[in-house]
Design a binder for this molecule. Structure first.
Ligand code: ATP
Ligand code: PRP
Ligand code: MG
Length: 284
């Protein structure tokens, strides 16, 4: 039975369970449950602190896990990223009181106190840039550390930036890393068995179903080439004859973020009855 770690709380918890459900796996019905067995798919889900997940997967006690890229790096465990799951996107950045630092180059951190809940990420960054700074390890509400005189600069997760603004801080330099939820396994472990492959294919199917929509339209046969150039699909669009002579119907997958531009351009080349439908699941 495949054993998979899923965040039990926090930002990643809801979207991770949602994605697994969309992929056809059973999820817990009570948020207090720490285990959920999906007998039909031969998978067991363990609900754990997202910060601990890379430790369980790195040690080989669990086969796979869902956690944040930043948490994976911070754990310094023997786990590695298999698939970017596309949710829980955030950057990890330095922030300080505006004008309080010499500059925003890595070298400008030399000798300063950096407060963070991600000391592993921070130590790695400092070592990579050959900078010596003091890392102050905190659990959360890191933005307060500067106000309270504990640190000169913080390094924290930034999503909307609202927390930083409210604390009167501004970001410094480029993001230290870009994070999102990722599927992880023990480094180099064998993911060739049927259960692994099924999970991976299903999650990739959910990702595609979220990124793409199905576009259908009618167009005159003599404008078909121009229309198909706008909607080449993933392999090739489906063209069906229409009862009305000289017209055909076309179906193709297009990126959700491009659908409105493509619909406008299709209309301009003469396409009509342009319809968009969601894709609920797919295997490409
Ligand atoms: N707005 C956000 N705040 C915190 N973490 C976020 C946010 N958006 C995405 N994440 C990601 O979620 C993961 C952190 O989740 P975690 O559950 O440890 O903290 P949390 O969501 O802040 O919950 P809590 O602080 O209540 O424990 C990281 O991978 C982080 O990059
Ligand atoms: O850029 P934003 O959209 O404001 O989100 C990022 C903030 O949210 C998280 O804090 P959280 O509320 O989880 O509190 P914590 O620091 O105690 O974890 C994170 O640590 C940042 O402080
Ligand atoms: Mg938090």
């Amino acid at each position: 039975m495949l054993r998979i770690a899923v965040p039990n709380k926090g930002t990643l918890s809801g979207p991770a369970a949602q994605m697994l459900q969309e992929a056809g796996y059973r999820q817990r019905s009570d948020p207090k449950d720490l285990l959920c067995r999906d007998v039909a798919n031969d998978v067991e889900f363990f609900y754990l602190r997202p910060r601990d997940i890379a430790t369980y997967v790195g040690s080989g006690d669990l086969d796979l896990g869902i956690t944040g890229r930043d948490l994976l790096i911070d754990a310094e465990s023997d786990a590695e990223e298999l698939l970017d799951l596309g949710f829980g996107k955030a950057t990890f950045r330095f922030a300080a009181v505006p004008g309080s630092l010499k500059g925003s180059e890595p070298g400008d951190l030399a000798g300063l106190r950096v407060a963070t809940a991600y000391p592993g990420v921070m130590q790695r960054y400092l070592a990579e840039h050959g900078v010596t700074a003091e890392v102050i390890r905190l659990d959360g509400a890191v933005e307060n550390a500067i106000r309270l005189g504990v640190a000169d600069v913080i390094a924290d997760v930034v999503e909307t930036g609202a927390t930083l603004r409210q604390a009167g801080l501004e970001t410094l330099g480029e993001p230290i890393l870009r994070s999102s939820a990722v599927l992880i396994r023990r480094a180099g472990s064998d993911t060739g068995n049927a259960g692994f492959k099924q999970l991976l294919r299903r999650l990739q199917g959910v990702l595609v179903a979220r990124r793409y929509v199905m576009l259908a339209y009618d167009v005159r046969a003599d404008s078909l080439d121009a229309a198909v150039a706008l909607t080449p699909g993933i392999e090739s669009p489906t063209i069906s004859p229409l009862h009305r002579e000289g017209w055909v119907a076309v179906q193709a997958m297009v990126l959700r973020e491009e659908m409105h531009r493509i619909m406008d351009e299709l209309y301009d080349v003469g396409a009509r009855a342009i319809l968009v439908t969601d894709i609920h699941a797919c295997r490409l």
